[in-house]
Design a protein around this ligand. Sequence first.
Ligand code: DAH
Length: 339
Amino acid sequence: MQEQALQDIAAASTLEALQQVKTKYVGKSGLVTRELGSLGKLPPEERKARGAEINAVRAALDAALTEREAVLRRAALDARLASEAIDVTLPGLSLPAGGLHPITRVYDDLIEIFTKLGYDAVEGPEVEDEHHNFEALNVPWYHPARDLQDTFWLQDGRLLRTHTSPMQVRYMVDHTPPLKIVARGKVYRYEATDATHEAMFHQLEGLVVGDGIRMSDLKGTVAEMARGLFGGSARVRFQPSYYPFTEPGADFAVWWENPRGESKWLELGGCGMVHPNVFKAVDDLREAAGKERIYEGKTGFAFGLGPERIAMLKYGIPDIRYFYANDPKVIGQFRGELG
Ligand code: DAH
């Protein structure tokens, strides 16, 4: 029995199997235990020798069980450690690289073009007051653009700027001509959204002020911008238009030979010669701030355009809402290359 038991112990390959062997031989009703229990049935003179014999078997099995258990525990631990081990030679998981948003890319292109032309790039507040957003830009109280329908008003009487043109006023109040600036930023209009309209969108405002600035300077600048954006074959078109802060005012469009064969006139923005009333309003603000009146008699041009329109054309994005829905299927296409 001892021999068989020792074989069973050696053959137990798991702790559970070993436990079964243990129960079979030395458990409460195990074979060895039963032998011990039956000692009482023997004649008294045989009991001692038989008892010593069984106890020796029991001791041998206990020792073998203890030893085997230690071996199996060690093996189980090793297996667990092996399963938890980290293979430091495996290549790491790479994080997807970010990329620049298409609107940011268009802005960067535009600002690079204008920086080369000597413009300063500036930024200003999205929360504006009525005076800078409308009044000082010669937009009278009865102008439809001031309709409650179009403007997000704040409870304190301020508003979310409806265009970047108030930056013209802010910059002129603080600076002395000659000056050339572009101002980028978000603008807001309270309107229903569709494929070409969003309640929040972007603009780039340009302003040049000096002496003897002419409409031809404006046209040359817009043409230069169009060539910078769309290449040497880009052509520009100006049509008379009306903006309260310009006189004369115009809308401009760019003809771009699109590689996808969708070439057409792209209405890009508005422009014009700075209205004398804007210069006057700037001087009034300067005077109120204790500064000199220096803008009356100056000349200048201004323009405003929307980078969304350029990005839609340039990247073939059919709906302005894609820019801000943050759908990785759209924005994810701009991952990786930074520029
Ligand atoms: N602020 C105008 C708009 O949001 C765009 C604009 C038109 C800006 C003519 C100008 C300009 O600077 O001269 O529709």
